[in-house]
Design a protein around this ligand. Structure first.
Ligand SMILES: Cc1ncc(COP(=O)(O)O)c(C=O)c1O
Length: 376
């Protein structure tokens, strides 16, 4: 193809695109199968509260009107729920939008971004978009090594991303370690604590992050309605940050960044505490069950505090060409997310979906064993 004369900036030409989960409809069409389940993008298998659908029904009549700029009603509700001032909140088209905007606001070329290896891919994208260098520190036991990260901060480190719990490993750090880390970060370096999966953490892991964000002006919290609130398809996330940070974000964001239906849905979802508690509890029960089954069958399993599990089976990985576990599961209509070196991330679904995932995994392992025995 002929090269266009108005070439995109060089540093963007090598940017890796974000790989989204394979859609159910695509798998059904390509493989000619039905009843496919997606356990690949850490969505909520129960969907949002029924109150969301009722609220959306009414809001549909208004979709010819632009949404409220700045999501004022949602921010009011969040401010009340979290006990923070309105001026500390910014709502975005998913938290992704806000993570990228932060990098645009705070990073200059040659600044450095620091995070852990094996963390959320958007952090690298945020750094690269701003032409900043991207530094990672190896994990210990699939978990952020905060002490090593603190030692890796250099003068040009201007932004640090911490996913707690982390995607893809699902692990979380203890509040004490996080607080010690914050004390070691220079004030001129922004720490973005990404709490996309915070609702799934056990109490002992829950940090007092909102209180910390008042104590440390350089701490920004990122949260989302995509996971526990079941609204991934509508795109709503938010930041809690110092007013001087939110002020700039409000000036640079798209004036209508969060659409009308998304604002309405998030507001309704936020009000239904009982539904949130019930669905989170169900995911936690299933998370223990699936983790236990995977460990009992000899898989290596990272300790999850999220709504997904990161694991690796002891098999060398292949049943035959193209038949590693994610490929096999896909053919059985179960979409999971593959990672390098045989690691797999599976989202916790409804009980029957998890049963289907586990029974297919056991079948894959049995087929591998039979195949090895046959070739002995
Ligand atoms: C750690 C982490 N942060 C942020 C996000 C983005 O969430 P949102 O849907 O709000 O953009 C995700 C989504 O997968 C995530 O895993």
């Amino acid at each position: 193809m002929k090269k266009i004369a108005c070439a995109p900036l060089r540093h963007l030409q090598t940017l890796e695109p974000y790989r989204t989960g394979t859609p159910i409809e695509w798998v059904e069409r390509e493989l000619g199968i039905s009843n496919v389940i997606k356990l690949a993008s850490n969505e909520n298998p129960f969907g949002p509260s029924p109150r969301v659908f009722a609220a959306l029904g009414k809001e549909m009549e208004k979709i010819r009107l632009y949404p409220e700029g700045g999501s004022p009603f949602l921010r009011e509700a969040l401010a009340r729920a979290l006990g923070v001032g309105l001026d500390r909140l910014v709502v975005g088209n998913g938290s992704n939008e806000l993570l990228i905007l932060l990098s645009r606001i705070f990073l200059q070329p040659n600044d450095r971004v620091l995070t852990s290896a094996q963390s959320f891919v958007v952090y690298e994208q945020a750094a690269r978009l701003a032409r900043a260098a991207f530094d990672t520190v190896p994990m210990v036991g699939h978990t952020y090594n905060l002490a090593a990260m603190a030692s890796a901060i250099v003068a040009r480190t201007k932004m640090i991303f911490i996913a707690n719990p982390n995607n893809p490993t699902g692990t979380a750090v203890r509040p004490r370690a996080l607080l010690d880390f914050m004390k070691r970060v220079p004030e001129g370096c922004l720490v973005v604590l990404d709490e996309a999966y915070r609702e799934y953490m056990e109490d002992a892991f829950q940090p007092a992050s909102v209180a910390w964000s008042r104590r440390f002006p350089n701490l920004v919290l990122a949260r989302t309605f995509s996971k526990a609130y079941g609204l991934a398809g509508l795109r709503v996330g938010y930041l809690i940050a110092h007013p001087q940070i939110t002020d700039v974000l409000h000036r640079v964001r798209d004036p209508f960044n969060v659409n009308r239906l998304a604002q309405t849905a998030a507001l309704a979802a936020l009000g239904d505490h009982a539904y949130l508690r019930r669905t989170v509890q169900s995911v936690l029960r299933e998370r223990s069950r699936v983790s236990r089954r995977l460990s009992q069958s000899g898989c290596e399993v990272a300790a999850s505090q999220a709504n997904f599990i990161f694991f690796r089976c002891p098999e060398p990985g292949k049943l035959g060409p193209g038949k590693d576990l994610p490929v096999y599961l896909l053919q059985q209509g179960v979409i999971v997310r593959p990672f390098p070196n045989g690691w797999v991330r599976v989202t916790i679904g409804k009980a029957e979906e998890n049963r289907r995932f586990l029974s297919n995994l056991m079948a894959w392992r049995q087929a591998g064993r039979s195949r090895r025995e046959a070739t002995k």
